[in-house]
Design a protein around this ligand. Sequence first.
Ligand code: HAS
Length: 571
Amino acid sequence: MQVKGAIRFILLSQLIIPFILLILGVLLGLYQALARAGIIRSADLFGINYYQGLTLHGVINAVVFTTFFAVAFGNALMLHQLKRPLKVGVQWASWVLMVGGTLMAAWAMLTGRATVLYTFYLPMVAHWTFYVGATLLLIGSILPYFLDWIPNTLAWRRENPNAKLPLAVLGNLINFTLWFLIIIPLAVTVLFQMLPLSLGLASEVNPLLSRTLFWFFGHALVYFWLIPSYIMLYTMLPKLVGGKLYSDPAARFAFLLFLLFSIPVGLHHQYTEGGLSSGWKLWHAFLTFMVALPSFITAFTVAASLEHGARLNGGQGLFGWWSKLPYWSKEGDKWLFAYLISGLILFLFGGITGIVNASYNLNLIVHNTAWVVGHFHTTVGGLVTLSFLGMTLYMIARLRGAEVQAKPLALAAPYLWMLGFVIFEIALSITGLQGAPRRSNLGISYLDPTNEFLYRPDWLFWSHVGALGGVVATIGFLSYVVSLVGTLFAKPVRAPEIDFPITDALHETPTPLVVNLRPWVTATLVLIAISYTYPVYESMTRGIVSKVPGYQSLDNNLVPQQTLREQTKLP
Ligand code: HAS
């Protein structure tokens, strides 16, 4: 399908702007890995403080890159699948809010006014531009859902009353319904707690309430990242291997389970937090096991689809068919397979470590250690990042009408990234079990031999292995950058278009359970109400006793918050 004018510009820039920021985000990740191994021993590098770098790394990679990609991919999917135009005014409004918000937040972080990490926990407080910027980014990201995608879906439904909603459209709508539901509590804590504190309009806050609201948002956020990857796994991967999606109803069921279970699990990030009763934490632990179900369904459905395609290609035997998958194929779009299979392999590690995190008792051993860092570099840093990078390259080539350049490098990139993060994951899991904390500049504390009180030589070996993993992954990323930049400037050879390798399904008997969405939305709201009413009440009543002033990060120290006038004088 051809695409031109403003919509083409908006889609391209929604992919290119976060990519440019991602280069900084990834390089800062390398800095973190080297500092954590004690290879770099200083509080800052090129004027960027360790925690400032960690904030930039987390916010750019996990929030900005993912949100921009989800909107660009969602726009392109809806256009391609429903064949109805997007409104230029809506898209510009969304673009201006997202880009403007990102620039505001980036300014605050780059000038050291918002060193609050990507979770921006209170009582740490940032300059108001950080909160306003983040809010604009989120508002901009939800506009297309309300003003373009829902109206277009309803119009499509009127024209096709008996047809099944395309699977990719269902996945995308579920993802942004989830997104809408979770940005509400985040907006509450930002608007009523963080901003007033930052502007000097309030002098104390309730951190427990803020964290409970944050994690209402924060865990479902990870599925907002994951669902676009699952859309690719279900609707595109089977075609890339020359087969079909094994079961369409299973895929729909998995997406709907994400809607139901993604939100009422946030307390698993707060197991160690006082003020919330353990019965409710246990309830969220049960539901966390339930939210792993759609991923188990995906593992089996995707494996069956891979096997089906590989057998059609002549694969035989119990495992012999593995050799018939297009791991190194440069033919057509098949190079994209490398990004998805590498991501899937990393996600096996991410899944196992996630189940450990979810277990109430085991979590007490790994919480706030390097283990958790290993977990999220094989989930959001694994399947999610790889599938987003692959699809960014694919879409940019299509939108420019150019061929993907330097294909051998584009193919090597995901495997190097995967290898790097397998090494990183194993090393960080081990140091995590040894007790190494996350979010710490170990190079100037536990891994500094001159520090006679803290030095832990037993963490040294695996921390170095972790740094090696970071270096290998960064080499993979740089290979990708060469291919992407080449594609960006390559001579167009055909008209710009939006096209996706959408697959057919092998089994698609309609199942009433996955056709009617209303009961799912109702059940989701009821389950959220059951799971969150009491914990929010507890946070409001018990957290109140811990009302505290805000703290700002300054020169490697947390200091009591300065007034608005003083804040503007920060370096
Ligand atoms: Fe998580 C912490 C539990 C999934 C991201 N998680 C985090 C944090 C992040 C994150 C960023 O319960 C840190 C937050 C912070 O800063 O504090 N997580 C889980 C569980 C799952 C899970 C149970 N997490 C994710 C995903 C993420 C993500 C997905 C990003 C996209 N996580 C936790 C918990 C914590 C946590 C606790 C808090 C820890 C603490 O103490 O602070 C599950 O959804 C995982 C289910 C996954 C599976 C794997 C299925 C496998 C598949 C691959 C199949 C492979 C094939 C290939 C087919 C069950 C689908 C075959 C190959 C051939 C060649 C044939």
